[in-house]
Design a protein around this ligand. Structure first.
Ligand SMILES: [Zn+2]
Ligand SMILES: [Zn+2]
Ligand SMILES: [Zn+2]
Length: 141
């Protein structure tokens, strides 16, 4: 996972954009923590506590427009974001309907489906997102 993290940082370092402190700090949070986070959760994890929440929101929408971040889902506290597939491994999401936690689940089984869409519908799938809703271990107990 360490190598992959270095690779992510390298890929992001090569992208040309102005590195203001809030942008840099927000990116750091996403490369250090691989989980979907709301603006408030990102803000709590910032190393520099002087960056305000509004700056975090601006950085999140900036990186979303750039395709670096992707919005995963929407909870009461706002949207949750994470690095896009271009900057981390492809995976799906398990969302608990009891406590609202979201977990990454590595692995994909949709190759055959994508081949069929191409063959039967002449549709070339470029990306997909999948969310599964259910109960986590703690909530199911
Ligand atoms: Zn739960
Ligand atoms: Zn994820
Ligand atoms: Zn997939």
């Amino acid at each position: 996972v360490k190598d992959w993290q270095a690779l992510t940082q390298w890929a992001l370092a090569r992208r040309a954009f102005r590195r203001t402190p809030p942008r840099q700090q927000v990116l750091d949070v996403f490369t250090r923590h691989h989980l979907p986070m709301t603006a408030a959760e990102v803000h709590r994890r910032l190393k520099n506590r002087r960056i305000n929440l509004a700056s975090v929101y601006r950085a999140l929408s900036f990186f979303s427009r750039l395709g670096v971040l992707t919005s995963v889902d929407h909870v009461r506290e706002g949207r949750r974001y994470e690095l896009s597939d271009a900057h981390r491994s492809h995976h799906h999401h398990l969302i608990c309907q009891g406590c609202g936690t979201i977990q990454d689940f590595e692995g994909c089984f949709l190759g055959e489906f994508e081949r069929r869409a191409r063959k039967e519908k002449r549709f070339r799938i470029l990306r997909h997102e999948l969310r599964f809703f259910g109960l986590c271990q703690a909530c199911a107990a």
